[in-house]
Design a protein around this ligand. Structure first.
Ligand SMILES: CC(C)(COP(=O)(O)OP(=O)(O)OC[C@H]1O[C@@H](n2cnc3c(N)ncnc32)[C@H](O)[C@@H]1OP(=O)(O)O)[C@@H](O)C(=O)NCCC(=O)NCCS
Length: 164
């Protein structure tokens, strides 16, 4: 399996991966909107034998009233027949490596902590971060200490593509 950046010819397959993985096309359309608005800063696919198995989106985000470099991971999806084989983990690890290499101080996401905690994510609300949609433990954060010396707090803003 190979993890690489998306190419133009992958765009339809990426849409199909998300549309078939979630209850509606919503996540697939968010990826399209992020790409169209230039806020899809990292878009990685997992590929085997020329077939795409999964995709993860990384988009620009911000922490209100700060100039901290903030990013959001998601959506992420793996085609059903290839789940529980490490594809999602490989995509997450590649996305985190990219974020660390680009010195993003804070990364946020929404999802099941059971999956994301293994990648260094922790509940964000107890740390003082606020998300526009939820106060639950689904809202998670990861800091790169060198790029984020103080524990960040305040309102996180996602790309407007997520307000669909
Ligand atoms: C979530 C998803 C991307 C994980 O991909 P994957 O390739 O199956 O993940 P991995 O094989 O790397 O799994 C790693 C671990 O996470 C666990 N895991 C996988 N999916 C999980 C989920 N939805 N919730 C909780 N834990 C999950 C696996 O059991 C595995 O744990 P183990 O090593 O202890 O057995 C995939 O299940 C998916 O596409 N789901 C539908 C879309 C979705 O829900 N996306 C996430 C939105 S927050």
């Amino acid at each position: 399996m190979n993890i690489r950046s998306e190419r133009v010819e992958d765009i339809d397959a990426i849409f199909a991966i998300h549309a078939s993985s979630f209850e509606s096309d919503e996540e697939a359309l968010i990826v399209d909107d992020l790409r169209a608005s230039g806020e899809l800063i990292c878009s990685l696919v997992a590929e085997r034998g020329g077939v795409l198995l999964g995709h993860v989106a990384v988009s620009k985000a911000s922490l209100v009233d700060t100039d901290l470099a903030v990013a959001a991971i998601g959506p992420i999806a793996v085609v059903k027949r290839c789940r529980r084989q490490g594809v999602g983990s490989a995509l997450m690890e590649a996305a985190i490596s990219w974020l660390d290499a680009h010195r993003f101080g804070l990364t946020v996401l929404l999802g099941d902590p059971t999956f994301y905690q293994r990648f260094g994510f922790n509940p964000a609300a107890p740390a003082g971060l606020r998300c526009p949609w939820t106060t639950t433990e689904a809202f998670q954060m990861r800091c790169l200490t060198e790029a984020c010396p103080d524990m960040p707090s305040g309102d996180v803003r996602w790309s407007t593509a997520f307000n669909r």
